[in-house]
Design a protein around this ligand. Structure first.
Ligand SMILES: [Zn+2]
Length: 204
């Protein structure tokens, strides 16, 4: 059995999506024990967007059934194809079955910037709508956001989250080739919140 970690590290002052809180760690000295106060947003690093992120009446992260986060998963490789985004028509030849999870590998997995770069590969509204129609159970992308940086059209989030399809963002798929895997991602059980950092890995 091969386990491939697709999570990115969370570290102080790491790149975050514009408008998100900065990451900081503060040691707390308590006799012989080491404790750290951690401060970061719910959408830091590898994380899950819960429906509540963009749907006011949507489920918070702690209310999502764990089946959404564990199960068969298809990794689709769009890296080294010189594309800026993933559109609906690009997905039509990929065989996706109901309840399947799908992760998109793009050139983002190869850019290891110390700062946020806005020119990441993103998912177009037409692709999110297509994935929702296919009734996949989770969509993942190797970017801190599924939508185009700064775009006012939030369809890439809403098309999926309105159908209770969580989004896994901020993964790195450099070490993963296209194919079928078993996905495990476990967001922190943060009560009533819009998302949570997650440890995510693929089993082959
Ligand atoms: Zn997010």
């Amino acid at each position: 059995m091969q386990i491939i970690d697709i999570s990115i590290e969370i570290f102080e002052n790491m790149p975050t999506y514009p408008g998100n809180p900065n990451v900081s760690f503060t040691p707390v000295i308590k006799r012989n024990s080491q404790i750290t106060t951690i401060s970061f947003g719910t959408h830091t690093g590898t994380h899950i967007d819960a429906p509540l992120h963009t749907i006011p009446s949507g489920s918070p992260i702690d209310a999502i059934d764990l089946e959404a986060f564990v199960g068969p998963c298809t990794v689709v490789d769009f890296s080294q194809k010189n594309i800026l985004s993933i559109s609906g028509p690009m997905l039509e030849k990929i065989s996706l079955t109901k309840n399947n999870k799908v992760l998109f590998k793009t050139d983002n997995s190869y850019s290891e910037g110390e700062v946020f770069t806005k020119d990441y590969v993103y998912i177009e509204p037409s692709a999110a709508e297509y994935l929702a129609q296919q009734k996949v159970s989770l969509v993942g992308i190797d970017a801190l956001s599924i939508k185009k940086s700064g775009d006012t059209d939030n369809t890439p989030h809403t098309a999926l989250l309105s159908k209770n399809i969580p989004i896994l963002e901020g993964i790195n798929l450099k070490a993963v080739s296209e194919g079928e895997y078993f996905l495990v991602c476990a967001p922190l059980k943060l009560k009533g919140l819009d998302g949570a950092p997650a440890r995510a890995f693929l089993i082959k």
